[in-house]
Write a protein that binds this ligand. Structure first.
Ligand SMILES: C=C(O[C@@H]1C=C(C(=O)O)C=C[C@H]1O)C(=O)O
Length: 435
């Protein structure tokens, strides 16, 4: 089942992190990304309305992993890379110093998971903006710092929207996907399982190359409470935090239970009310919360699991949300926590193995890295992993595959689930439009 890393063993690297001068404090992180060079991103907006997170470009090292051991092999690869590296970190904040971006396949097979160490990372947290470079020697690292600071001083050209955007059917036709939903609900009603999440894909083609920076900028602007992510061609804005580990504080934002938004305030409020009152959505939500709480209990003490969910409002949909927190007991790095938590019932189902089997049988498509953990981990083991949702996979420079899934429980209806999947796809569809 296991696949060895296909990457060549990376030579020992020199990593340098320096504080960037004040003139960079107001530059949006995403505006610093140069054209091309496979941008990596993990950007959100904090409570003061400031963007924070990490953006990166270039590739200093890369590992690819498959099979059931994809997480543990990635963890070993990263630990070895860090142990061999010569790191000087003048910032000492989560995400500074050596940092890797990772994106994992949803299922053990097929699909490949990837860990990327960018050549250049710009990070921002707690009002500090920093630069990290990875080079072959201390001398080269000094050059890279000077060159990058000079290049960043010139504002980059605003990225353009793709032209000629066209949509076509994904793996299953809409009627076939709806039949799969009906069949899954029948199995739930037969007692085979309690919950399963079925997803569908939509193919986007364009007339020219897609600039990921355009999509990321649009997503970050419209979805400030989400995390605008990009790792190795998978990009989106996820509202769901699988796990954040900063020191010994562990948090998770669980979502399940969805309602559309309305532009009319009164109508929007009644839709929210209906979601908060829906027994079906609460049941669907509780499966997801339970799966997270159980997995975290193996690593954390003092777990705080609120008894009732709150409402999380996004531009396209509103969700039932529960913020779970705990105190890390075993020093597990963020990547290991993500491995323990994946897949939660928010994207797979309950019981997990039965839901996996139903997804493999009925969904008919390869999820790839959609619905898998995506995020970053540093040398201390701090990190953030979201669930790769509201996203698309760049398959060619003019081709993108979008994904959206819906949690099904007893009482779920194929028409309502199709509408929900369409509402979820709006995030990426909007991002493809001109600013
Ligand atoms: C599976 C997706 O979203 C998940 C499913 C939800 C639901 O069924 O209500 C809500 C949030 C996410 O946990 C998706 O966006 O593709």
């Amino acid at each position: 089942m296991s696949t060895a890393p296909v990457a060549v063993p990376a030579p020992p690297a020199t990593v340098r992190t320096v504080v960037l001068p004040d003139e960079f404090a107001d530059r949006p992180l995403l505006s610093l990304l140069p054209r091309g060079l496979a941008p990596t991103s993990w950007v959100t907006t904090d409570e003061h309305g400031e963007d924070q997170g990490l953006v990166g470009w270039g590739e200093a090292a890369r590992g690819e992993f498959g099979g059931a051991e994809r997480f543990s092999r990635a963890q070993r690869w990263w630990a070895t890379w860090v142990a061999d590296a010569d790191v000087q970190d003048a910032v000492h904040l989560p995400g500074s110093g050596a940092v890797a971006f990772a994106s994992f396949a949803f299922d053990a097979t097929p699909g490949s998971s990837v860990v990327v160490v960018p050549r250049v990372v710009v990070g921002r947290r707690d009002g500090v903006t920093w630069l990290t470079v990875v080079a072959a020697s201390a001398r080269e690292a000094r050059h890279a710092v000077a060159e990058t600071v000079a290049a960043l001083a010139h504002p980059t050209i605003v990225p353009e929207a793709p032209r000629g955007v066209a949509y076509s059917e994904g793996t299953l036709s809409v009627p076939d996907w709806q039949s799969a939903v009906t069949e899954a609900v029948r199995r739930i009603d037969d007692g085979e399982l309690d919950k399963v999440v079925l997803a569908r894909d939509v193919v986007v083609t364009t007339d020219g190359p897609i600039d990921p920076r355009h999509l990321l900028t649009r997503l970050a602007t419209k979805y400030p409470s989400c995390w605008a992510f990009s790792v190795d061609g998978l990009l989106g804005a996820t509202p769901e935090m699988l796990v954040r580990r900063i020191g010994d504080t562990v948090t998770s934002r669980v979502l399940a239970g969805t309602m559309r938004r309305s532009s009319d305030a009164t109508n929007d409020a009644s839709l929210a009310e209906a979601l908060l009152d829906s027994a079906k959505d609460h049941a669907e939500h509780q499966y997801a919360v339970n799966s997270v709480a159980l997995a975290l209990a193996a690593h954390c003490t003092d777990l705080d699991v609120p008894a009732t969910p709150r409402l999380l409002r996004l531009a396209n949909v509103q969700h039932l949300a529960t913020d779970v927190s705990g105190v890390l007991a075993d020093g597990a790095p963020a990547l290991a926590l993500a491995a323990s938590l994946h897949p939660t019932a928010a994207v797979c189902g309950t019981p997990t193995e039965r839901a996996f089997a139903v997804i493999r049988e009925l969904e008919g498509m390869d999820r790839g890295r959609y619905a898998g953990p995506v995020g970053w981990v540093d040398a201390r083991g701090d990190g953030e992993f979201g669930i790769a949702l509201r996203c698309g996979a760049i398959e060619a420079e003019d081709r993108l595959r979008l994904f959206a899934g819906c949690g099904l429980v007893s009482g779920s209806d194929a028409d309502a689930e199709l509408a929900e999947s369409q509402a979820k796809l709006v995030a990426m569809r909007d991002a493809l439009e001109p600013a």
